[in-house]
Design a protein around this ligand. Structure first.
Ligand code: HEC
Length: 278
């Protein structure tokens, strides 16, 4: 009987129906934000957009020195050029996006009621290519990260504003992403929250763990260890692998759901992309 009840609960969750007592996204957001504001008193909300440098003063000064001559400048220029270069049919990326693709990053990912899917910026860049007779770009790095980096940079200074519309399908995406964030996985049996919430500010080997609040504001990120720009989902894959779990497919439903939840949790923090990390 107990098992059946659990199953019924799971089915209800999958259908995106709020269970009695289940927190709404608004309540989740408040609790999530409050947790970090209490843990790091004196750090203003917007500072969380700087990741670990919001809470680690020593690391911050060397990072600020790097950002004076940003290692991603060339890729950003390339992204701008690619963004403005017409496809073979004469159209450009601008034709696929609201406001010609300028200053829209703060609203991604979003729930698309027509398809019932959560859409990310990188996904729509590729959908735009296909619609215009071009091949999709390989995900996570290279041209796609350069284009999304350029587009994101035109939103700098605008606060993230992700909507979870009152539609059971949107809520189901949100709940799926939330479950991913709190689910333990891999040989180390650790969740995103174990590192970036419970242990935010603590060290793991030589690294201070960043708060999850504010993570998505500065992606794509140029990691010195990558030597180039990478998308948020590239980083998700790396973090899944750190606990010896398998990374999920780039732009597949798991990471799109995670990105939806994760970015919604950072609503109100300003876009500041790209940025540099170790
Ligand atoms: C074993 C601990 C661990 C787990 C579990 C883990 N990460 Fe990380 N993560 C790290 C470390 C270490 C870094 C690099 C230092 C930092 O910025 O926190 C990092 C960095 C990141 C960054 C980049 C931060 C920035 O400002 O550029 C993101 C985003 C991220 N993790 C998301 C996740 C998500 C989402 C999950 C769950 C799928 C996850 N991590 C699971 C250890 C972990």
């Amino acid at each position: 009987m107990k098992k059946m009840l659990t199953m019924a609960a799971a089915v209800t969750l999958l259908a995106g129906m709020p269970l009695a007592g289940q927190a709404t996204p608004e309540q989740d957001l408040k609790a999530f934000r409050d947790f970090y504001m209490k843990r790091f008193p004196g750090v203003p909300l917007n500072e969380f957009g700087n990741g670990v440098y919001a809470i680690d003063a020593d690391a911050r000064s060397s990072w600020e020195a790097i950002e004076e001559f940003p290692p991603y400048d060339e890729e950003l220029e390339k992204g701008k050029k690619l963004f403005n270069t017409p496809f073979a049919n004469g159209k450009t990326y601008a034709s696929c996006f609201r406001n010609g693709g300028i200053g829209i990053r703060q609203n991604y990912p979003y729930f698309d009621a027509k398809s019932g899917e959560v859409k990310t910026l990188e996904q729509e860049i590729n959908e735009c290519r296909v619609k215009n007779g071009e091949k999709p770009l390989p995900g996570k790095r290279g041209d796609i990260a350069a284009i999304s980096g350029y587009m994101a940079s035109t939103s700098n200074g605008k606060a993230l504003d992700i909507k979870i519309p009152n539609d059971p399908r949107a809520l189901a995406w949100y709940e799926k992403g939330k479950a991913h964030f709190y689910m333990k996985r891999g040989q180390l049996n650790m969740s995103c929250a174990n590192c970036h919430q419970d242990n935010a500010g603590n060290r793991v080997r030589s690294e201070v763990l960043s708060p999850a609040l504010g993570h998505p504001t500065h992606f794509p990120v140029h990691r010195l260890s990558w030597g180039n720009l990478g998308t948020l989902q590239r980083r998700y894959g790396g973090c899944n692998e750190q606990v010896r779990a398998k990374a999920f497919a780039d732009q597949g439903p798991e990471y799109r759901a995670l990105e939806y939840f994760h970015t919604y949790m950072s609503n109100g923090i300003k876009v500041n992309a790209p940025s540099t990390r170790k």
